[in-house]
Design a protein around this ligand. Structure first.
Ligand code: GLN
Length: 561
């Protein structure tokens, strides 16, 4: 078999350079942020980068996974439901990524099996090696070609030494065989410390991780030491000697105050120079200034803005909050930084508002409240009660997807007087189904075909002039990302409008309501979106609706003082 031909699918791919980011010792040490930061600093040197994530599980995508176990499901413009790291890449690189930038073991096998069923292998025995790694390589090349990238930055989920990612490491080995000078392996590894103060760093686990890489035929080219503090010279020397990398290629990745500091920290150790040299790319202009400015603002903003985020997972011990709502969290931060405020974000469990309605008063201490997306009926009544409190007490409110649907349920019940109004997601037999499933989705649901029943990805919307939405965006045609099954029931729109709700954004055919708001003379900021604006907020380009929400919160903050 001529592997050479197979793994070089097109001429263009010869020129592609590859940086693989793999993990050592344990997961959750910030491989995604490291990969994003490598991308950021390469781009700051004029290198075109595309970022890919490989998730080594059988799920075909991240859509069926529980966010409390796996973190937020991020959604791309093309509707791909993927790992939260894709959100980090988009935020750091300020690029829109697509389906080709994400793969799982399940999606790779699915493709190869489908091709086998289509007789595309011409009677060959389709063995796992090389066919699975070949598929991985061709996907990486495709992503790089589509983005016209000089460098494909590929994060391999999990840690070296696990069974799960072995075929992806095999893909790296095959690729390196073919293009030895174009493949770089970055090992992000945990350097623990058990000493008081966390300064006695132990390199042994990382040494084992590097050996694990050796056992699959790979060598680390760069080691990122994830530790509570910077690595001292001794630790760097030790890692260099024991893991076979130059001392300058051992990079400190200490804990930082903000994830956005990480690229700057890496540059303190001249990482981009090292990367360019190793990849044999000519150094170009350096421009990290906008990013540096962002970080200066993050550190110099002292005046606080307090935002409460209400959810169902927060009071049940099923935590991973920050990961379940990472895009919401980051979107709040981007807008707060843009207004030179220090965001203080608190998680509020809606169960408490159900059990103890008097606790609703605590909402008054916040400058703004967000009810983010969600599914199912747990904690719903508490959220509705909280939304009512925000509406009646003029607390700036931003409802994201479920948070918008529940705002309408609340309004239907307490302003229009439709007692027991609900979404059919919570009560399928409600007398007033103000939020309901579209007929075409209903059929799929009845057949229990849940995968693929959601409205996913970017959809266009038209805005209504002289509304909060249109003045925030500054344009009348927008595109935003979706992930939901239910919609505003068109039968109730007239009643809502008569009672004072403004549908300030809708699908171009006016069938689907996209943004709802209350007039500014009634409430300082009460806005809900059927889409997820948080998915498109970027640190250097905050989302307009979050920006306006934060501005309204700042006004309240002033009057609170
Ligand atoms: N559960 C609601 C729906 O499916 C909202 C989804 C969401 O908030 N992402 O329509």
């Amino acid at each position: 078999m001529n592997i050479k031909l197979i793994i070089m699918p097109s001429k263009k791919s010869r020129a592609i350079k590859y940086v693989f980011v793999v993990g050592g010792v344990m997961s959750g040490v910030g491989k995604g942020i490291t990969a994003s930061s490598i991308g950021k600093i390469l781009e700051s040197r004029g290198v075109r980068v595309t970022a890919l994530k490989i998730d080594p599980y059988v799920n075909v995508d991240a859509g069926t996974m529980n966010p409390t176990e796996h973190g937020e499901t991020f959604v791309l413009d093309d509707g791909t439901e993927c790992d939260q790291d894709m959100g980090n890449y988009e935020r750091f690189l300020d690029h829109d990524l697509s389906r080709v930038n994400y793969m799982t073991t399940g999606s790779v096998y699915l493709d190869v099996i489908q091709r086998e069923r289509n007789l595309e292998f011409g009677g060959k025995c389709v063995s796992v090696v090389p066919y699975i790694p070949m598929e991985v390589i061709s996907r990486i090349n495709r992503a790089a070609e589509l983005a016209n990238a000089d460098v494909a930055l590929v994060e391999v989920g999990g840690t070296v030494g696990e069974y799960e990612n072995i075929l992806f490491l095999e893909a790296i080995r095959m690729l390196k065989l073919q293009h030895p000078g174009n493949v770089l392996i970055a090992l992000v590894s945990f350097i623990p410390s058990l000493s008081a103060g966390g300064t006695e760093l132990k390199t042994k686990p990382t040494q084992h991780a590097a050996r694990n890489l050796n056992s699959v035929g790979l060598n680390a080219d760069i080691i990122f030491g994830r530790a509570p503090v910077r690595l001292d010279e001794k630790r760097k020397e030790k890692l260099s000697l024991m893991c076979g990398v130059a001392k300058e290629d051992v990079i400190s990745a200490p804990n930082v105050e903000s994830i956005y500091d990480v690229p700057l920290n890496f540059e303190k150790e001249a990482l981009s120079d090292r990367l360019l040299k190793k990849l044999n790319i000519k150094p170009r202009a350096r421009d990290l200034e906008p990013w540096r400015k962002l970080c200066r603002t993050i550190h110099s903003s002292k005046q606080e803005i307090r935002i409460g985020v209400i959810g169902k997972y927060f009071d049940t011990g099923e935590f991973m909050l920050a990961d379940s709502y990472i895009s919401v969290l980051e979107a709040i931060k981007h807008s707060a930084y843009a207004s030179h405020r220090k965001p203080v974000i608190e998680w509020l469990g809606s169960g408490e508002f159900e059990k103890n309605p008097r606790s609703l008063k605590t909402l008054s201490q916040y400058d703004g409240i967000i009810v983010p997306g969600g599914f199912g009926n747990r904690g719903i009544e508490g959220k509705i009660a909280a939304i009512r409190y925000c509406r009646e007490n003029k607390i700036p409110y931003l409802g994201l997807c479920y948070g918008m649907q529940l705002a309408l349920v609340e309004f239907a019940r307490n302003v229009i007087g439709l007692k027991g109004a609900n979404t059919t997601e919570v009560n399928p037999t409600t007398k007033y189904p103000v939020i309901d499933i579209l007929p075409e989705q209903k059929k799929l649901m009845e057949e229990k075909k849940y995968g693929g029943t959601m409205r996913l990805g970017a959809c266009p919307a038209s805005l209504v002039q002289k509304t909060i939405a249109s003045s925030a965006y500054g344009v009348l045609e927008i595109s935003e990302r979706h992930r939901h099954r239910y919609e505003v029931n068109p039968d109730y729109i007239e009643q809502f409008e008569k009672a004072g709700v403004i549908f300030s954004g809708h699908s171009p055919d006016r069938r689907l309501m996209e943004i709802v708001e209350l007039p500014r003379d009634v409430h300082p900021f009460f806005v809900g979106t059927q889409f997820h604006p948080e998915l498109k907020s970027r640190p250097l380009n905050p989302h307009p609706l979050f920006r306006e929400f934060i501005k309204a919160a700042m006004k309240r903050n002033k009057t609170n003082e």
